[in-house]
Design a protein around this ligand. Structure first.
Ligand code: UDX
Length: 439
């Protein structure tokens, strides 16, 4: 059992803190938001992550998980503090480090004994050294500490599983003793532990995310070529994926990546490269292709609706950036809604869990009760998120509710032949078209 503090109760901080508590450690999570901490103290997770709420309550009851807004209280007896605060995109695509700075200063003021400060937030290469500098300069009296980089690789929607079953744990530090202690903390996970220097660990995180984003943009580019040449991208991806050098994952063509990590991290890496005088041509192409996939949806809807979106009613199926999360950051649905409205369309949406978040940021979106309510009277539907509940819809019922029965499937969840059989005009990403152009 170790005493651990975690700064930041977003997706990363909460899943990290709760998982370490579940492994038998004593964990205190800190956040500057009193509202979030009050919710957590009542046993309510402020975010939707499958299994998280139950795990929080279980560990609170066992006395291993605590929440506070006070660094003084949280750091009293701890050996480790994980920094898991947000690093949003700044105006130029650079990572905005104001929350990391605040956390580092708070740690420096509150520490009363030697500490290991572990950076889990995705931060530009070199930030570990910068954090060490801030802590050193902000300490009222000099006190020993070490900075370690231990990037997270968990996906929203399966954060708990990913945390407990990682492919690897990366630990970077200038201090071999601190790195060893952080490695010990991860031993129960029985996984490969990669020890590096600070900057290399930080770069492994960016390079991993940029590579996965590249895989997605690559298959999306292939998809668009498939459409022109009459090939099927799903089968192409399957045929490629069996090659172990390529791998089957992250080859799903669609409306592109969104969420809190890929868009921000690829832009931040591009920015770091530019600032240091290199020419990140591949990263730029990845970003461009991703943007183009949002346009792909608008282009296809416009074409199927007779060349004009003005006055058309379009229903968006799924609003979260991916299934099993209520996160709408950089969600394709919201960007596409904006583009459709610019051309005069009326946009409604339905999502099983993200609608509360959507209502907060987009007051023009009409929200529906379910997929059938969304289809009722719609001129076209666009699948934006591949929620399971969309995969087995009652297609004849859906068809009967729609005038035109046009579906653009931005996540390739339906079988073109079945859709044609039920009388839909159906378009998917990188697949043969079924039916004729509508309208
Ligand atoms: C990602 C990384 O996977 C994780 O390691 C990192 O720590 C945080 O960022 P996350 O953003 O939660 O996790 O989601 P992920 O499941 O990786 O999907 C990212 C985006 O890519 C989603 O918008 C998803 O829809 C899209 N995607 C993914 C595709 O378009 N095609 C694919 O084949 C896979």
């Amino acid at each position: 059992m170790r005493n651990i503090a975690v700064a930041g109760t977003g997706y990363v901080g909460l899943s990290t803190g709760t998982c370490f508590a579940d492994m038998g450690n004593n964990v205190t999570c800190i956040d500057i938001s009193e509202e979030k901490i009050a919710m957590l103290q009542r046993g309510e997770a402020p975010i939707y992550e499958p299994g998280l709420n139950e795990m929080i309550v279980r560990n609170m009851k066992a006395g291993r998980l605590h929440f506070t807004t006070s660094y003084d209280e949280a750091l009293k007896d701890v050996e480790f503090i994980f920094i898991c605060v947000g690093t949003p995109s700044g105006v130029d695509g650079e990572a905005d480090l104001q929350y990391v700075r605040m956390a580092a200063e708070s740690v420096a003021h509150a520490m009363t004994h030697p500490l290991i400060v572990i950076n889990k937030s995705t931060v530009p290469v070199g930030t570990g050294d910068w954090v060490a500098d801030i802590v050193r300069r902000s300490q009222p009296e000099p006190m020993d500490f070490a900075v370690v980089s231990c990037p997270e690789f968990t996906r929203e929607g399966s954060a708990l599983y990913d945390f407990m079953n990682p492919d690897r744990v990366v630990i970077g530090s200038r201090s071999p003793e601190a790195a060893e202690k952080v490695a010990q903390l991860h031993l129960p996970l029985r996984t490969r532990i990669i020890m590096t220097d600070l900057r290399t660990a930080e770069m492994i995180k960016y390079a991993s995310n940029a590579f996965l984003a590249t895989k997605i943009s690559f298959i999306n580019e292939i998809a668009v070529i498939c459409e022109k040449l009459g090939a099927d991208v799903q089968e192409v991806a399957e045929g490629m994926g069996f090659d172990r050098r390529i791998g089957a994952q992250f080859l799903n063509a669609g409306l592109g990546y969104g969420g809190s990590c890929f868009p921000k991290d690829v832009k931040a890496l591009e920015h770091m490269a530019l600032v240091h005088g290199s020419h990140p041509a591949l990263l730029r192409a990845v970003i461009d292709i991703n943007r183009d996939m949002r346009r792909w949806a608008v282009y296809n809807l416009r074409e199927l609706l007779g060349g004009k979106l003005d006055g058309k009613r379009i229903g968006l199926m799924g609003l979260a950036f991916k299934p099993n999360t209520d996160d709408i950051r950089e969600a394709p649905a919201l960007e596409i809604a904006h583009m459709l409205r610019n051309e005069g369309a009326h946009v409604s949406g339905y999502d099983p869990v993200a609608m509360k978040n959507v209502a907060r940021v987009d007051n023009q979106m009409r929200l529906s009760e379910d997929a059938y309510d969304l289809a009722d009277g719609a001129d076209a539907l666009l699948v934006c998120t591949e929620w399971n509940e969309f995969k087995q819809l009652d297609l004849p019922r859906l068809r009967s509710l729609m005038g035109n029965a046009l579906i653009v499937d931005g996540r390739n969840i339906y079988d073109p032949a079945i859709m044609a059989h039920h009388g839909f005009v159906y378009r998917a990403v990188g697949r043969a078209q079924a039916g004729n152009n509508g309208n």
